[in-house]
Design a binder for this molecule. Structure first.
Ligand code: BES
Ligand code: ZN
Length: 608
C-alpha cells in the first residue's frame, strides 16, 4: 500500500480505503452506458459541505478507472486540476489524489470504466431470460471504486443524484434502475434520472440496466424483473408488503420511501444485495412455493441493520449481518410462526458449525471482530458474522427477555440512524444502556467479540418439525423404503427437505440415491437449494443420472454460495477434475468477478 501523508482525518480510519480529506456530502453522477464497448463513461462530481478556506488534499478510491479530466467546480469547463494516482494494489486499487484550492465547492472527475471493472457484469442476451443485453453492479464490499472514483468506505456517507443515458440500438427497450427513487417504465430516449435523498455509503451504490418490467404489489412495494420472470416473481413475493409492515412494527419506520425488488439474471453472484430502495435478488429463490422468501426478509431487514446503522469498516461486518439474520428470523416468526423460524435457526446453526469446523477451533476468523487489514474483505467475510452474530443477539434475548431487547434495538436504530457503528462503540452502548452489571458479567462480551468458537452460554435451537425429519432419516437408515416414507413427507417445506438431504449418510450408494430420486424427484427439482444439497451426494456416490442436471445448473447459476461447494464436490469426485475444468471453462463467462475470483483460486489449488 502506498503511504499517504497525513491530511485532515475527517474520514474514519478504514484499512480498505485510501479516502481522506474534507467531507463530501453529495455526489452527482452523469453516466453513459455503452453495451457495445462495455464501459460506463461520464463524470462524478463531489460536492463539499462548504467552500474550502485553505488548500486541502483530497484522496479518493479508484480501481482500474481511466481518469480523463479533473476540474474544480461542478460544471464542465471549470479549472483543470493536476492529480496523481498511486501505484495499483490488486485489491485496493489506486489512491486518487488532488490538492483542492481554497474556495473550492466541488470537484468534477471525468472518467471511464475499464472492461474488466470488477463491480460490473455485462451480460449477453443469451445470459438473460430474454433477448436483450443486461448490466448490473455489485459494489459490496469494496468494488464501488471500480465504477466511480469515491470514498469507498462504509463509514462515509453521501446523498446522490444521477443522470444516466443508455446508448446503442436497444436504448429504447432498456430500463435503468439504481439504489434510489426509480422509474417504473422504459424511456424511449434511454435517459433516466435518479435521486437518493438519504445519505448512503459507496457499497450501497447500485445500477442495473436491462429489458425489465415493473409490477406493483402495494403503494410502496413492487417488483422489477425480465418479462419472462415477472409473473413467477410476482406470485413468489406477494407477501412483500406484509414483510415491510412486520419490520416497522418491530423496529420502527421504514426510512427509504419505496421498497422494490429487482430479480436479476441467474448469474448474479449473491442470493441478495440490500441496495437501498431496490433489493437485488437471485432468481434461484423463485421456488414456486414461496419457500425461500426468508432471503427477502433478510435484505429488507438491512434497511435498518446495515443501511441505517452501518458497519464502520469491514472488520465490523457482524454488526450488519448478525443483526440482520436475527431480524430476518423475527420477521419470519411473525409471518409464519415459531416452528418455521426455528427451522431456519437450526439450519443456520448447522451452517455455523460447519464453517467453524472448516476454519478450525482456534481460528481468529471465528471471532466476531475481524482483522482484515491487508486482505481482500471479500475473501475474509464468512458465515461467522451472520450466524455467530445472530447467536450473540439470541443470547442477549435469553438474558434480558424480548421486550427489553426489542426496545433497545428500536432505540439503537433511531439513535444511530445514518451513522457508522464499530464493535467497541456497540459493546459500550449495549453495556451502558441495556445490561445491568450482573448481566454484562454473565454475557461475557469479550469472549464473543474477540474469542474463537462459541461461548458455552450460546443457545442451541430445537425444531419440532425437524424431529419428524430425523425420524424419517432413522427409518430410512433402518431399511424402510423411500416410497414408504412418502406419506409423511407430503407437507414438507424446503427447509425440511434441506435438513433431510443434509442428514443422509455420506455412505449412500448410487443405488440408494436412485431409489430416493425415483420417489422424490430430487434431480428434477426446481428448487435451487435442494439441488445444491442433492448434487454433492450424487457426485460422491457417482450417481450419473444427476450429471446433466448438475452441468446445466453450473452453466446457468452464478450464485457463489452454490458454486463453491459444487465445484469442490466435483473436484473431489473420481474423474471430476477434468470435468470441473471443462465445465468451468465454458461457464466462467457467465459468472461475476466476485465468483470467478474465488473459483479461479479453487480450481488453481486443485491443479497442484
Ligand atoms: N450484504 C450481503 C451480501 C454481501 C456480503 C455482498 C458481503 C458482498 C459482501 C447480503 O445481505 C447477504 O447476506 N446475502 C446472502 C443472503 C442472506 C439470506 C444470508 C447471500 O447472498 O447469500
Ligand atoms: Zn446480509
Amino acid at each position: 500500500m502506498p503511504s499517504l501523508s497525513p491530511s485532515t482525518p475527517l474520514l474514519p480510519a478504514d484499512p480498505h480505503s485510501y479516502a481522506q480529506g474534507p467531507p463530501l456530502p453529495h455526489l452527482h453522477l452523469e453516466l453513459t452506458i455503452d453495451f457495445a464497448r462495455q464501459t460506463l463513461s461520464g463524470s462524478a462530481t463531489w460536492q463539499l459541505a462548504e467552500p474550502l478556506t485553505a488548500t486541502q488534499d483530497l484522496v479518493l478510491d479508484t480501481r482500474e478507472l481511466l481518469i480523463e479530466q479533473v476540474q474544480v467546480g461542478d460544471v464542465a469547463g471549470g479549472e483543470p486540476l493536476a492529480y496523481s494516482l498511486s501505484a495499483p494494489d490488486a485489491v485496493l486499487g489506486q489512491a486518487f489524489r488532488v490538492a483542492l484550492p481554497a474556495g473550492a465547492t466541488a470537484l468534477r472527475i471525468s472518467y471511464r470504466t475499464s472492461p474488466g471493472a470488477a463491480a460490473l457484469q455485462w451480460l449477453a442476451p443469451a445470459q438473460t431470460a430474454g433477448q436483450h443485453p443486461f448490466l448490473f453492479t455489485q459494489s459490496q464490499a469494496i468494488l464501488a471504486r471500480t465504477w466511480l472514483p469515491c470514498p469507498d468506505s462504509p463509514g462515509c456517507r453521501f446523498t446522490y443524484e444521477a443522470a444516466v443515458e443508455i446508448i446503442g440500438p436497444e436504448r429504447g427497450q432498456l430500463l435503468a434502475l439504481m439504489s434510489a427513487e426509480n422509474p417504473q417504465a422504459t424511456a424511449p430516449d434511454g435517459r433516466y434520472r435518479f435521486r437518493q435523498r438519504q445519505p448512503v455509503p459507496a457499497y450501497l451504490l447500485a445500477l442495473a440496466v436491462g429489458r425489465l418490467d415493473f409490477a406493483p404489489l402495494s403503494g410502496r412495494t413492487g417488483i422489477y424483473a425480465e418479462p419472462a420472470t415477472l409473473p413467477l416473481a410476482r406470485a413468489e413475493f406477494s407477501e412483500l408488503n406484509r414483510m415491510v409492515e412486520a419490520d416497522e412494527q418491530l423496529y420502527g419506520a421504514y426510512r427509504w420511501g419505496r421498497y422494490d425488488l429487482l430479480v436479476l439474471p441467474a448469474s448474479f453472484p449473491f442470493g441478495g444485495m440490500e441496495n437501498p430502495c431496490l433489493t437485488f435478488v437471485t432468481p434461484t429463490i423463485l421456488a414456486g412455493d414461496r419457500s425461500l422468501t426468508s432471503l427477502v426478509a433478510h435484505e429488507l431487514a438491512h434497511s435498518w441493520s446495515g443501511n441505517l446503522v452501518t458497519n464502520a469498516t469491514w472488520n465490523d461486518f457482524w454488526l450488519n449481518e448478525g443483526f440482520t439474520v436475527y431480524f430476518e428470523r423475527r420477521i419470519m416468526e411473525q409471518l409464519y410462526g415459531k416452528p418455521y423460524a426455528q427451522m431456519l435457526q437450526v439450519l443456520g446453526e448447522a451452517d455455523l458449525r460447519h464453517t467453524m469446523q472448516e476454519l478450525g477451533r482456534d481460528s481468529p476468523a471465528t471471532h466476531l471482530r475481524l482483522h482484515l487489514a491487508g486482505r481482500d474483505p471479500d475473501e475474509g467475510l464468512n458465515d461467522i458474522a451472520y450466524e455467530k452474530g445472530c447467536l450473540l443477539l439470541l443470547t442477549v434475548e435469553q438474558l434480558v427477555g424480548r421486550p427489553r431487547l426489542d426496545a433497545f434495538i428500536t432505540e439503537y436504530f433511531a439513535r444511530f440512524a445514518f451513522q457508522r457503528m464499530d464493535t467497541d462503540r456497540f459493546a459500550d452502548y449495549l453495556t451502558r444502556t441495556l445490561l445491568t452489571p450482573a448481566e454484562a458479567h454473565r454475557l461475557n462480551l469479550p469472549a464473543w467479540l474477540d474469542g474463537p468458537g462459541l461461548p458455552p452460554e450460546a443457545p442451541q435451537a430445537q425444531s419440532a418439525r425437524f424431529v419428524a425429519v430425523d425420524d424419517a432419516l432413522a427409518r430410512l437408515a433402518a431399511g424402510t423404503s423411500p416410497a414408504a416414507l412418502r406419506p409423511i413427507t407430503t407437507e414438507w417445506s424446503s427447509q425440511e427437505w434441506e435438513h433431510f438431504l443434509r442428514g443422509l449418510p455420506p455412505t449412500l450408494t448410487a443405488d440408494g440415491l436412485a431409489r430416493l430420486d425415483a420417489t422424490f424427484q430430487f434431480t428434477a427439482s426446481g428448487n435451487a437449494e435442494l439441488l445444491a444439497a442433492w448434487f454433492p451426494l450424487a457426485l460422491r456416490a457417482g450417481y450419473q443420472p444427476a450429471d446433466a442436471a448438475l452441468e446445466k445448473f453450473l452453466r446457468q447459476v452464478g450464485r457463489r454460495k452454490f458454486l463453491v461447494p459444487l465445484y469442490r464436490a466435483l473436484l473431489a469426485a473420481p474423474g471430476g477434475r477434468a470435468r470441473a475444468r471443462k465445465i468451468y471453462q465454458q461457464a466462467r463467462p457467465n459468472y461475476h468477478a466476485v465468483a470467478t475470483t474465488t473459483l479461479d483460486a479453487l480450481l488453481r489449488q486443485a491443479e497442484c
